[in-house]
Design a protein around this ligand. Structure first.
Ligand code: GLU
Length: 256
């Protein structure tokens, strides 16, 4: 719960959601997110962890090489464009945004953690929505494997979020049997994460590097701090409000 008495939601949006599975960042998806946050802002305060820097750069630049440092350079080119789209779309609805670039190592030093927390709290108290990405120039963890899942989990814990929403390209986590039978049945609610590990379905994503494995790792981090985790299908319109109203299938990982 934030100082305002509103519930604090950490929303993690992967590249696969932001591009809607295409080669372009979808402005429509960012507008969909902005519209929902505007509708919910009296009750909830939002912090966003967003990927999509590399995807944004790839829209208009080609750099030779597949090495990780080429991706880091692409992220550096794409990040300001990504932020521009967020800023424009959110401002249309009267929402203010800011950018924070973090890496795992920032969560290992007490002083850095205090600095992050203080900065975020000032932003939130002044109605700014922090939009976080990995600092891809200095860190490569999420570029190599993760799609910002773990960064989302660490941030949710540090900011004492009430709810950690992971927006991905499936209706949550499907049961193993339903995958085998090709009828995709969502696991609606689960307490014990080890049960989920047995059901794991590695979702195939063209742009993002994460799969269900990193989502479960991120969920374990958040669950240990007593934060509920929802894994929802961010490709669908209105996915946050629909999940809150239980109007769609998604996976809830409930704290013990
Ligand atoms: N920080 C990277 C980006 O925003 C994440 C990489 C990924 O999503 O695969 O592009």
């Amino acid at each position: 719960m934030g100082k305002s008495g509103k519930k604090r939601i950490l929303l993690k949006i992967g590249s696969n959601v932001l591009t809607k599975g295409t080669d372009h960042i979808s402005r429509g998806k960012i507008e969909d997110i902005a519209r929902q946050i505007a509708n919910l802002k009296d009750e909830y305060e939002f912090v966003i962890v967003s990927s999509g820097a590399i995807a944004a750069a790839r829209q208009f630049v080609h750099l030779e090489g597949k090495e990780v440092f080429v991706k880091q350079a692409l992220a550096s080119i794409g990040q300001p464009h990504l932020m521009r789209i967020f800023q424009e779309s959110f401002r249309e609805l009267g929402l203010l945004t800011s950018q924070c670039l973090l890496s795992y190592s920032d969560f290992e030093r007490e002083q850095s953690k205090t600095n992050i927390l203080n900065t975020m709290n000032v932003l939130i108290e002044n109605d700014y929505i922090p939009i976080i990405n990995e600092n891809d120039t200095v860190a490569t963890d999420e570029i190599k494997f993760g799609d910002n899942d773990k960064l989302g989990g660490l941030t949710a814990v540090l900011l004492k979020a009430d709810l950690f929403i992971i927006a991905t390209n499936t209706d949550g986590i499907y049961t193993k049997d339903s995958i085998t039978n090709n009828r995709q049945e969502t696991i609606k609610s689960i307490e014990d994460i080890t049960d989920l590990e047995n059901e794991i379905f590695a979702s195939i994503s063209k742009h993002g590097t994460g799969g269900m494995t990193t989502k479960i790792e991120a969920a374990s981090i958040a669950q240990a701090a007593k934060i509920d985790i929802w894994i929802v299908n961010g490709l669908k319109d209105n996915f946050i409000e629909n999940a809150i109203n239980e109007a769609v299938d998604f996976t809830k990982i409930i704290t013990k």
